[in-house]
Ligand binder design. Structure first.
Ligand SMILES: [Zn+2]
Length: 940
């Protein structure tokens, strides 16, 4: 990748009048840098850090920092038991402690420095004093227990964020204790066995320490510090030659280490390696908008859908890495990437007031509830998407997120080695810095960027000074417009840093316009999904958000967020996109109501695209998608303002049908009452299939997949493998196993209605049926095939899992309750799939193969009006009183389509639609089981 994109801009200055143009050499000579340069042999960085506090947020950016002061980071000590000042090893070395205090303090101290908030500043100072007081004579500090807690040697991973906090404290306050303190600690570290660098979380994350070691070396010139960096690099994880680890936060932190080491080694391959690692990850796992990648713990091959989340720690650590790489390389693409994460992903990692947080943020995310997802959607089995304090549920994120905005603010402006300034990221702020070797300048950056396209810089200075001013032109901007004191200055499109060197004077004004327009990006690796950008913002479907406080307190609420409008839209290719501005609230932009910019384009509903039974959006499918639904206007809002969102959209207007993902089922044995599972929850080929108590593990769930010719495959939800017979045996008592779906004949089964609420599964290869070895009723008894001899262990029933929808095959409409009534005897009807709660039902297993079918909205169960046994009697909902008309059984249709009839226990008649109507609100009734198409239903 080309690294040096800076250019020197000349011209326009004659028109500007009084200014004197300095040649670069003269400017450099005249303007020794006021900020710390890398000391030899470290190679120079492209840009230099300004001390914390040099940049102050304004406008919408100040709102984010204010929210942080009053939200989780600023007040987390009130609730996090990890952050009790007198009860942690970070102030009392005999006590315990790990990364929580150091994560939190890193963000908290800089929150104080960028806001100047006196409470935060004084509290931060007290903590720093406490930490400094823990240093032992050999240089170690913090909890004594960490000296030996990692394979008998020291675990210094938790120290690394603390090092960054201590450096920031020194830069802000000039505290003279920090340099000797760090010298003693690094001296301790330099004497440790190599295991310290090889083990634990730290081995992936040593870049954090290298940054501070260089800072100290620039201060002191102690040669041992460079030896320490070499020791770290050669012993810690190798990010130079590939990805040594798959954990999302390790990647977000670790990939930058080679470029950091390259500052010492001077080898191009080290710098290149960080680019390569970033590209490796993004090319495979970052194929959706928002700047992150699919890392809902680890990156996992094939799990790359935009529903996969990126951990909040991943967001802020990736931002920090990109900020550092921007400084080292001077390549503006890193600053583009910081903005992508900051504007699109970070805001929605928290609730709008910043008082609760979630673990992962997903580009496509249509429900944020506090329920674990157990169907393999994510790697973790705990609830990750509702907003809460998360103190113990996911300790890292609520303690670590705090550095996100403060570091962003600090890195918006950087010093240049030749005495100038660089605007790296944009937003409303002021910066005060020393330029040209000693002149103080304050630049007010007046803008609502990224919600508006014009950035006005007003310079206030005590006298004229000659220095370069570098302005980042983002990659997405092809035709920037630059004016200095009203005079146009030519500037080329991005990505580049455009540099203007001149003699600047008090009152000078620089106006940079970065024209924005809607653009559509196609994601070929994501089934040809599309996303819509406007400048640095990416846009999401506006979904009505129903916020429900499910716990916590007023200050520390816990929220679920549910969709109150349809979300399953694709976008019409080539449709016009109109831009609406002048709406919302530019000072507080990150909610649907406040979004200051909205886009309108054309979309179509994709009826088959549904959430799964646990309210997780199902993955994208190959598009463009065939759609017959009407074209409608759809409103898009900035991704960062949308807590519920579709951001990667299917395209409509194609020829590919969307294949709905059906319901999951448990398969219950009539004889034993146990359900079919995989021994040991194995994911391996040839693992034995067994029966077990119905205890809710994911290997007890199966999907029914049409295999054609009247056959189905049964796919295990946990392993994705299908039900098979060992070695394709045709013998009695051959073991039934799971195997990869390779299409062999023993993977095909017929579902045969036994007529009594139960069914048999006949193997397509052997003709034998599924049973249990020895008719056992024990847990873990082996499933086998056997001649169809009619024993009770050959009978199974399908139990639909979770809340499902019941769709009429003839009309395509859903089983619903009239007007969403919650009253007894309300009529059951069919209705278009609009996603309302009365369309969802839960099958409650009852005796003899029957179920009660309960409506999710009303809590009442499906019955027949007046317990009638007549044809065309109205089907209604009623309290679950146990009458026989409340019992129904599933009768599986032959033909492999997965459709069923639903038969009433009292009347023997089946669920039907009055006059086989296809209209909305047609009544649902019972009718004799005579095979008309309106008697067939799909469970979805
Ligand atoms: Zn985390």
């Amino acid at each position: 990748m080309k690294i040096d994109r800076r250019e020197l801009i000349k011209g326009g200055l004659a028109a500007a009048g009084a200014a004197v143009v300095a040649r670069p050499g003269e400017a450099q000579a005249a303007a020794a840098a006021a900020y710390m340069l890398n000391r030899s042999p470290l190679r120079p960085d492209a840009f230099l850090r300004l001390p914390p506090g040099a940049v102050r947020p304004q406008g919408w950016l100040a709102t984010q920092l204010d929210r942080q002061v009053n939200g989780l980071c600023g007040r987390f000590m009130e609730v996090s038991h990890f952050l009790q000042y007198d009860n942690t090893g970070w102030t009392r070395p005999n006590l315990g402690g790990w990364e929580e205090v150091t994560y939190w303090l890193r963000g908290y101290v800089d929150l104080g420095y960028v806001t100047g908030n006196p409470t935060v500043l004084s509290t931060a100072s007290r903590w720093i004093d406490g930490v400094l007081g823990t240093q032992a004579s050999d240089g170690f500090f913090g909890p004594t227990g960490l000296r030996t807690s990692l394979n008998g040697h020291a675990d210094v991973w938790p120290h690394m964020p603390m090092l960054q906090a201590l450096r920031a404290h020194a830069e802000y306050t000039g505290d003279s204790r920090i340099v000797p303190f760090l010298t003693r600690f690094f001296s301790y570290l330099n004497g440790q066995p190599t295991g310290v660098f090889r083990d634990g979380w730290g081995t992936w994350r040593w870049g954090d320490a290298i940054d501070v070691i260089y800072w100290l070396y620039n201060h002191t010139g102690d040669p041992f510090l460079l030896d320490l960096v070499r020791k770290i690099h050669s012993n810690s994880a190798n990010w130079v030659d590939g990805l040594p680890n798959l954990h999302n936060v390790n990647i977000a932190q670790g990939f930058r280490e080679p470029a950091q080491y390259g500052v010492l080694s001077g080898e191009a391959r080290h710098r290149t390696a960080s680019y390569d690692r970033y590209n490796d990850v993004q090319a495979r796992f970052g194929q959706f908008p928002g700047g992150g990648f699919a890392g809902d713990e680890n990156i996992r091959a094939g799990l790359v859908d935009p529903r996969q989340g990126f951990e909040t720690c991943g967001i802020v650590e990736y931002m920090l890495s990109h900020e550092l790489l921007n400084r080292i390389t001077g390549d503006p693409v890193w600053a583009d990437r910081v903005e992508d994460l900051a504007f699109n992903s970070l805001p929605a990692a928290l609730d709008p007031l910043g008082r609760s947080i979630h673990y992962i943020t997903s580009a496509n995310s249509i429900d944020l509830d506090n329920a674990p997802k157990t169907l393999g959607q994510f790697q973790n089995g705990f609830a990750m998407q509702s907003y809460k304090s998360g103190i113990d549920e996911y300790r890292c994120c609520p303690h670590n997120y705090g550095m996100g905005w403060p570091y962003f603010v600090e890195e918006m402006w950087l010093a240049t080695p030749d005495g100038g300034l660089c605007a790296a990221m944009y937003g409303p702020c002021t910066v005060t810095a020393t330029v040209a070797g000693g002149v103080r300048v304050t630049i007010t950056e007046n803008t609502h960027y990224p919600f508006t396209d014009t950035i006005t810089l007003s310079l206030a200075m005590t006298g004229p000074a000659t220095f370069p001013l570098q302005l980042r032109i983002p990659a997405w901007c092809t035709a920037p417009e630059l004016r200095i004191n009203g005079a146009t200055v030519p500037v080329s499109g991005g990505p580049r840093y455009a540099s203007t060197t001149r003699t600047w004077a008090n009152g000078d004004t620089v106006t940079l316009r970065l024209p924005m327009r809607p653009t559509v990006r196609t994601w070929p690796a994501q089934h040809n999904a599309v996303s819509v950008n406007h400048g640095p913002l990416t846009f999401s479907l506006r979904i009505t958000e129903n916020w429900v406080q499910t716990g916590g307190t007023a200050q520390w609420p816990q929220y679920d967020v549910h969709a109150g409008s349809s979300w399953n839209y694709g976008l019409v290719p080539g449709a016009a996109i109109s831009v609406t501005t002048g709406v919302g609230n530019l000072a507080d932009p990150f909610t649907p109501a406040n979004a200051p910019i909205r886009l309108t384009t054309s979309g179509q509903r994709i009826d088959g695209w549904q959430a799964d039974s646990q309210h997780v959006v199902t993955p994208l499918q190959d598009g463009p998608i065939a759609t017959a639904t009407p074209v409608e206007p759809v409103t898009l809002i900035p991704m960062g303002a949308a807590r519920l969102r579709i951001t990667a959209f299917p395209q409509t207007g194609g020829t590919r049908a969307w294949v709905p993902q059906g319901a999951n089922y448990r398969l219950q044995n009539r004889h034993s009452g146990k359900v079919l599972g995989v021994d040991g929850m194995s994911g391996a080929d040839s693992a034995n299939v067994v029966q077990f108590d119905d205890n809710g593990t994911a290997d007890h769930l199966w999907r029914i997949i049409d295999a054609g010719g009247g056959f189905v495959k049964l796919q295990n939800v946990n392993s994705s493998k299908v039900l098979a017979v060992e070695n394709m045996s045709t013998a009695n008592s051959a073991r039934v196993q799971q195997y990869s779906d390779v299409g062999s004949a023993d993977h095909r089964w017929q579902l045969i209605d036994s007529g009594n609420g139960w069914m048999r599964l006949r193997n397509g290869n052997s003709g034998k049926v599924l049973g249990v070895s020895g008719m056992s009723t024990a847990n873990s008894a082996q499933a086998v095939q056997f001649d169809d001899t009619g024993t009770a262990d050959h009978d199974w029933r399908l139990i639909p899992d979770g809340s499902i929808k019941i769709q009429n095959v003839h009309s395509g409409k859903m089983l619903a309750v009239e007007n969403m009534s919650t009253a007894n005897s309300a009529r059951v009807q069919q209705y278009s799939d609009v996603g309302s709660a009365d369309h969802r039902w839960v099958f409650l297993p009852d005796a003899n193969g029957y179920f009660r079918i309960r409506n999710v909205n009303s809590g009442k169960v499906l019955g027949v009006s007046g317990m009638s046994t007549a044809d065309s009697a109205q089907v209604v909902q009623f309290d679950d009183t146990g009458t026989a008309d409340h019992l129904w059984r599933i009768r599986v249709n032959t033909g492999g389509s997965g459709s069923v009839r639903i038969q009433n226990a009292n009347s023997g008649k089946v669920l039907a639609v009055h006059n086989a109507s296809t209209a909305d609100s047609a009544n649902v009734e019972q009718y004799q089981d005579n095979g008309t198409p309106d008697h067939n239903w799909l469970i979805k």
